[in-house]
Design a binder for this molecule. Sequence first.
Ligand SMILES: NC(=O)c1ccc[n+]([C@@H]2O[C@H](COP(=O)([O-])OP(=O)(O)OC[C@H]3O[C@@H](n4cnc5c(N)ncnc54)[C@H](O)[C@@H]3O)[C@@H](O)[C@H]2O)c1
Length: 458
Amino acid sequence: MNFKKNILCIGAGYVGGPTMAMIAHKCPQYKVTVVDINPVRIAEWNSDHLPIYEPGLDKIVRQARNRNLFFSTEVDQNIKRSDVIFVSVNTPTKTFGAGNGMTADLQYWEKTARQILQSAESSKIIVEKSTLPVKTALAMERILTSNQSGIYFDVLSNPEFLAEGTAINDLENPDRVLIGSHQTKKGLKARDVLVEIYENWVPKERIITSDIWSSELSKLVSNAILAQRISSINAISALCEKTGADIVEVSKAVGMDHRIGDRFLNASVGFGGSCFKKDILNLVYLCQNYGLHEVADFWKGVVNINEYQKERFVLNMLAAMFNTLAGKRICLFGFAFKADTGDTRESPAFFIANRLIEEKVELVITDPKALKNAKNDLDEFKEEVSFVEDPYKAASGCHAIAILTEWVLYQNLDFEKIYRSMLKPAFIFDGRNIIDHQKVFEIGFNVYPIGKPALTHF
Ligand SMILES: NC(=O)c1ccc[n+]([C@@H]2O[C@H](COP(=O)([O-])OP(=O)(O)OC[C@H]3O[C@@H](n4cnc5c(N)ncnc54)[C@H](O)[C@@H]3O)[C@@H](O)[C@H]2O)c1
């Protein structure tokens, strides 16, 4: 079949896989190929067991795969054949040298740029999908124009705003698609090629365009503001616990103001995921680099409150359970960083598991989709941790349950049955405020929600 264009995506992760599956699904006239250096990941994308769990993803991959959607490890050959290249490689926080623990590690990014330069035999449009520090496009351009081959590369910024767990809906009905380009004749022409792809399913008014730097910065700011709302309400949850106010009532009253809105105002054990912390630290580092120390401190506070909230949760458990957790058996309900994903990167559950192990707790972990990743994350603690898929079996014989992921499944459990199987006094620490606290208290549990008075039988 003759395709209108060859689209390539480098990086078959949580972003590359779903975004390209959606383009292939909506645009049968384009051939979409996703490549990765990790052969196991590519084999999984080509199998019945996709490497990531995302509601609705299986269906669209199955429909488009081997029709106009292909997964491959052949990076160089596919670069040669492509017209448009999305780059969606990981950009984690740097763990060495200058900017250690703060700025983005761009080594995968730069390797990709060099590989494109080395393999390309014709001009191409390069699209930044990864989240990057402002001005990264400039570095990409400098690498791509570093030889005199006569091949021309247009670099566009097209940050991805999908949220894991709702990625398919987010991609199908995005609030906006943002495309940043140089405001030159060539830059605008390249931008229009990308606009044309999205116009296959996204309403015109939702496709917004800007200069490249504003586009790059908008992604960092979006994540920083979302996380800031969570830290704001979590900070107030600590005050609620001291004063007897109820954070759910406060969130409701505050969120009903249409200037504020009710999204991202649920108090919890803290935010996780691969992006929020990394992107805020990136922003902080940028501000510090430009000498904007007050601005940097403001945003660093969002991360600080998140760390505080996780530690506070552990200290509340310790205080409630008679100031000693050593030798106690505690079950974690949920290890994914949020519901409807198997992703455990930066999950609050990972931090809490580590802290509880320090307190010499015997841990049992249950999660409907994240046990494989949880086992990898906690590989060094084989003695201290067991993994049990069935939440009833997991909780049996435990002193306490800590709910760490807001899976709907946990709201509908038979807590009477669970209570009967646990050691007494039995405790529930609801790190997501998702269960009926009064009901489980009446069953016999001592209940510790976030930002609400505890319900105890003592
Ligand atoms: N996960 C999210 O929810 C999300 C949302 C929006 C934006 N982002 C951003 O998107 C980017 C990718 O995130 P992700 O979660 O998909 O990461 P990921 O780690 O799941 O996937 C990245 C993939 O890139 C591959 N890779 C690295 N170097 C490569 C190379 N030189 N050639 C080919 N493949 C290579 C890796 O093997 C990996 O499979 C990051 O910049 C992230 O900040 C992520």
